[in-house]
Design a protein around this ligand. Structure first.
Ligand code: AKB
Length: 315
């Protein structure tokens, strides 16, 4: 029987992942954990643990005592926040990973999910349809931590047989929980402001192309990868995943089709440099071949979903 622990459950991915995993595997088998007190009443159906991933003793004891079989380790600082606090970002993004990898190496976990990101790519990476295997010279603290993490995941798989699985998430667009501290966050913020005031000031320039994905696709990809037979998971660093490539200009044009008075303006900040170092679009043919990945959401479908679901009282 599976017993799943999601660390970083209150974040943008965690909130939706907990709910979907509970639907599939039962409330009693999916435990949400985060450093915060439980703020999310949606988690009331199952167990919630206040947990600091940097408290190695607490994490180890919890996993061992509760016979956890799988961990989804989502606690991390994202790109923009990490640039402001590089020492802490490195500590948080790396130490938590080692705690979980070591638990699996010591035989206490059967499977691990750890998220990587398009941030592993850098200014020297080919920008369009970035291949699975390519030049990777990330220029952000977050990107460096994700690239190092990928190398360690592959090392633990090769050296210790740890069943670790990972996706290089593009920017994730969702309406359940707000993102925090990323460079791709504009693609979520824009919907709240479009609905509330019909105006949005974007921190990236109009033609900045970035790969994005609607959360429903990202959650399905995560669970499909975790449920794939081990022999199909040939990449143990992290899989490229594509989705929707868009720019502030193309996204705002699509929003305007539904909110004709919507206006976007631009006030570029430090996040532009981060975005400029990342790909415009991703080639995910290896994920398609290895575990039959297929995305469902186009930009048009995603915009419709976002506009009908964002709750403007959240901002
Ligand atoms: C960020 O913008 O930092 C994240 C990411 C692409 O990993 N959304």
């Amino acid at each position: 029987m599976k017993k799943i622990l999601i660390i970083g459950a209150c974040g943008q991915i965690g909130t939706e992942l907990v709910l979907e995993l509970r639907k599939r595997f039962g409330n009693e088998n999916v435990i949400a954990a985060d450093i915060h007190d439980m703020e999310n009443s949606q988690f009331l159906g199952g167990e919630y643990v206040k947990m600091d991933v940097l408290n190695q003793e607490q994490v180890r004891t919890y996993v061992i005592d509760n016979k956890i079989t799988e961990v989804y380790l989502l606690a991390a600082l994202l790109s923009a926040t990490a640039e402001k606090n590089p020492d802490f970002a490195w500590k948080l993004n790396m130490e938590g990973l080692f705690t979980i990898l070591d638990l699996a190496k010591d035989g206490y976990l059967e499977k691990i999910f750890w998220p990587s990101s398009i941030a592993v790519f850098g200014p020297t990476t080919p920008k369009d349809l970035t291949p699975q295997y390519t030049i990777m010279e990330p220029s952000t603290v977050y990107g460096i931590s994700k690239q190092a993490g990928e190398r360690w995941c592959e090392y633990y798989f090769n050296k210790h047989g740890v069943d670790v699985r990972s996706i290089r998430y593009p920017g994730l667009i969702s309406h359940t929980s707000l993102p925090g501290g990323g460079t791709t966050d504009y693609a979520v913020d824009i919907f709240y402001h479009a609905k509330k005031t019909e105006k949005y000031t974007c921190f990236l320039s109009e033609n900045t192309g970035l790969p994005m994905m609607f959360m429903e696709d990202a959650i399905r990809a995560t669970i499909e990868l975790m449920e794939a037979p081990a022999e199909n998971v040939k990449i143990r660093s992290s899989y490229n995943l594509s989705g929707i490539s868009l720019t502030p200009k193309t996204l705002s044009a699509e929003i305007k089709k539904h909110i004709p008075n919507f206006e976007i303006s631009y006030q570029i900040d430090f996040r532009q440099k981060i975005a400029d170092s990342w790909p415009n679009s991703i080639d995910d043919s290896v994920a398609k071949k290895d575990w039959n990945w297929q995305e469902e959401f186009t930009m048009q479908k995603m915009v419709l979903e976002m506009l009908s679901h964002v709750d403007i009282s959240k901002i």
